[in-house]
Design a protein. Structure first.
Length: 212
């Protein structure tokens, strides 16, 4: 995994229940504000005012607004990763065909988890557009690739691990790109997009057998 960039003000989430409730409240409010005012205008003062907390309460958990955005990104990615882990548990044991046949289910469940997150589209935009946050998205996509590589490798004895990882890394990027496209493109129905991408990824997974 790639660590946080130098100078990032991210802190580990608190473990005590009351502190965790405050932490999650601040993130929920920050996500809602992102959807209302955008990345540039959101501030720690706005977040505190909307959450009914003082700035020192926020700075106990976050060094600045970019640390809040990083935590939002990590929380979203963790929830997406949980969807992936559950999907792998359901289908990886059945082989490449089982995973290929249910790839559309993974896309749909990941999209649902993303849309349930306050301010999800703006979180994703921040992860793309803000240099201090790019590593969060990269970490997540590499995690997803590694999990899929491990799941597929058990059915591909003798396959080159690096080549397998590279093939799946491209597939992962395609899946996430299709999901993010739905937030901006209204000329194509979501079902059509997911159906087309699921077909591409199904073929990509089945083609992995050539790596044996």
């Amino acid at each position: 995994m790639i660590g946080a960039v130098p100078g990032a003000a991210a802190k580990a989430p608190p473990k005590q229940q009351r502190a965790r409730q405050t932490y999650d409240l601040l993130l929920d409010v920050a996500g809602e504000l992102l959807a209302l005012v955008g990345i540039e205008r959101v501030s720690t003062n706005l977040i505190c005012a909307r959450a009914g907390l003082t700035p020192p309460a926020l700075y106990r958990y976050f060094g600045d607004k970019y640390a809040v955005l990083e935590a939002l990104g990590r929380r979203l990615m963790d929830r997406q990763n949980a969807v992936l882990d559950a999907w792998i548990a359901r289908y990886a044991g059945g082989g490449l065909d089982a995973m290929a046949n249910h790839i559309g289910e993974l896309l749909a469940e990941n999209a649902a988890a993303t849309r349930a997150e306050p301010g999800a589209v703006w979180i994703l935009r921040a992860l793309h557009a803000t240099p201090r946050l790019v590593h969060v998205r990269l970490e997540s996509h590499r995690y997803v690739t590694a999990r899929l590589t491990d799941a597929c490798a058990r059915h591909l004895p003798g396959a080159d691990p690096e080549m397998l990882w590279g093939r799946l890394r491209l597939a992962v990027e395609l899946g996430f790109a299709a999901d993010e496209m739905l937030y901006e493109e209204d000329r194509v129905a979501p079902d059509a997009i997911f159906g087309a991408v699921a077909g591409m990824l199904k073929t990509a997974i089945r083609d992995l057998t050539a790596l044996r």
